[in-house]
Design a protein around this ligand. Structure first.
Ligand SMILES: [Zn+2]
Length: 205
């Protein structure tokens, strides 16, 4: 996808509608800075507001992703290419995020365990220092745990071993579910069975 071309297209469509960046941002409930970033090709609109944006600009999602008005004849081909491109981009980002998470946990957890062990050892001779060390270890591992949980929730899907449904669970299901590696014990929203659901990158097999 050509982000710059898409940006210019958004800008043109917005002006055609007689809207300022601020007015468009207000309609979407976002900042005008975000609109400016799209229009300069620095970022793409989130999938969550793409449809609303297209409605306001009176274009369709494929035109948005192609960065031009599409003639009906080429429509289907372009639509399919765009959909594939977008899915591929999201899948790549998700798998990178999961890798980052893994590396992060491989570094953070041993450091945490080491600090706790050293802390409890020091406790014998200097209780205050030992406890301080354990508290510091605990406090510094919390932000990483939150980031890791967020990545595990946001990236990819979970697959039900029973019916094969691939889905995105709620954040609280991810937080409270017992897990082994990246598999989590959850209830399938499709068949209702409980089991270890494996993390997968794409929606389709
Ligand atoms: Zn199921």
């Amino acid at each position: 996808m050509d982000q710059e071309k898409i940006g210019k297209f958004i800008s043109t469509c917005r002006k055609d509608k007689g809207l300022t960046q601020m007015q468009l941002a207000d309609k979407l409930g976002i900042t005008d800075r975000a609109v400016s970033k799209w229009e300069t090709g620095k970022s793409l609109p989130d999938a969550s507001i793409m449809i609303e944006l297209c409605e306001i600009l009176n274009i369709n999602v494929n035109e948005l992703l192609t960065g031009e008005h599409i003639v009906m004849e080429n429509y289907k081909d372009i639509a399919e290419t765009n959909l594939l491109d977008m899915t591929k981009q999201i899948e790549q980002k998700d798998s990178t995020l999961l890798k980052i998470e893994k590396v992060m946990m491989w570094v953070v957890v041993p450091v945490y365990v080491a600090l706790v062990i050293i802390g409890s050892y020091i406790c014998k001779s200097n209780a205050a220092l030992g406890i301080a060390l354990i508290v510091i270890a605990l406090m510094s591992v919390i932000p990483f745990a939150i980031i890791a949980l967020k990545i595990e929730h946001d990236a990819g899907y979970y697959e039900c071993p029973n019916c094969g449904e691939r889905y995105v669970p709620t954040m609280s299901a991810v937080i409270w579910a017992p897990h082994m590696g990246t598999s989590r014990k959850m209830v399938c929203p499709h068949c209702g069975k409980k089991g270890y659901h494996k993390k997968v990158i794409s929606k389709n097999r």
